[in-house]
Design a protein around this ligand. Structure first.
Ligand code: C5P
Length: 285
């Protein structure tokens, strides 16, 4: 990393609840979702350079497309278009999270690129709008704070005082297609989230039990191993578990990070090929 490189954490995004409440004329779905962000994630670093470059490393390097369709490069190019700041950039992505897995991945990477460019460049622009052009989840990842997301995901109500959670994330090694899962929904007009008034983890779990991830039933039909991963979380003592986003990653909530780490080690011992990660929703910015 050069002296001027700007590093940004690209946290995993977890949809603790995700209600599909309708559909727009353009096909996008209306959502109400409680989202939180994790200490675990990818890592982006951006530095001014003599020529453009994009390098990927990390456990999931082989799954990352490095052509123009990559959201990291699209974020860079959209920034240039919006600001006219055309300087050459060297970008490094450390890909620690499985791709197409319902925990932000590409959206969070793109948002981290925008945050780095916001620090790097004197040029100003409408960052949330830029983010939305990259994808419905990118504005929430740009903010990376606990929030209720509405609209197609871009209307954010940031939440203060949500309890910090200890989580285990489990992906049994299956990627699922987000459009296919949305398409397979049995109903698109479902009840919204109940009112959220929680002070502690027990209260949050009570609230979560009244909520849903409406994308979970179609995802389970496509990839029944999601249910096997949730059985594993249950067997190691998760207090609550659910799939995130359109899957296939599920999260379990544990009383403490220590207990989450012990549980994650046990699942990883049984299933060495799965992505299994203990984490918390608290991290340095
Ligand atoms: O916006 P993004 O590219 O992340 O969305 C991927 C796909 O997921 C969309 O093409 C659409 O099929 C589906 N989607 C949706 N409603 C949303 C978000 C995503 O139907 N609110």
């Amino acid at each position: 990393m050069s002296a001027q490189a700007l590093a940004e954490h690209a946290p995993a995004k977890i949809n603790l609840a995700l209600h599909v409440t309708g559909q727009r004329a353009d096909g996008y779905h209306l959502l109400e979702s409680l989202v939180v962000f994790c200490q675990t994630g990818d890592r982006i670093s951006v530095s001014p350079s003599d020529e453009d470059s994009f390098r990927v490393s990390g456990r999931y390097v082989a799954d990352v497309p490095i052509d123009g369709g990559n959201l990291v490069l699209r974020a860079r190019d959209l920034f240039r278009e919006a600001t006219g700041d055309g300087r050459s950039l060297s970008i490094h992505l450390e890909k620690n999270l499985p791709v197409a897995s319902g925990i932000g991945g590409g959206s969070s990477d793109a948002a981290a690129v925008l945050r780095a460019l916001r620090r790097l460049s004197p040029a100003d622009c409408d960052w949330p709008l830029l983010a939305l052009k990259l994808g419905a989840d990118v504005p929430m990842c740009l903010s990376a704070k606990p929030a209720i997301a509405r609209g197609v995901g871009e209307e954010l109500e940031t939440l203060d005082g949500l309890p910090v959670l200890a989580l285990v994330l489990v992906n049994p090694g299956v990627g699922v297609s987000t459009p296919a899962i949305f398409k397979a929904l049995a109903t698109r007009e479902n009840p919204p989230l109940p009112k959220l008034q929680v002070r502690d983890q027990a209260g949050l779990i009570d609230w979560l039990r009244e909520t849903r991830n409406d994308l979970e039933p179609p995802a389970l039909a496509f990839a029944p191993t999601i249910g096997v991963a949730q059985d594993a979380l249950r067997s190691v003592g998760a207090e609550f578990m659910r799939m995130s986003g359109s899957g296939a990653t599920s999260f379990g909530i544990f009383p403490s990070l220590d207990e989450a780490e012990t549980a994650a080690a046990e699942i990883a011992r049984r299933e060495p090929d799965w992505f299994v990660q203990a984490t918390t929703t608290e991290f340095a910015r």
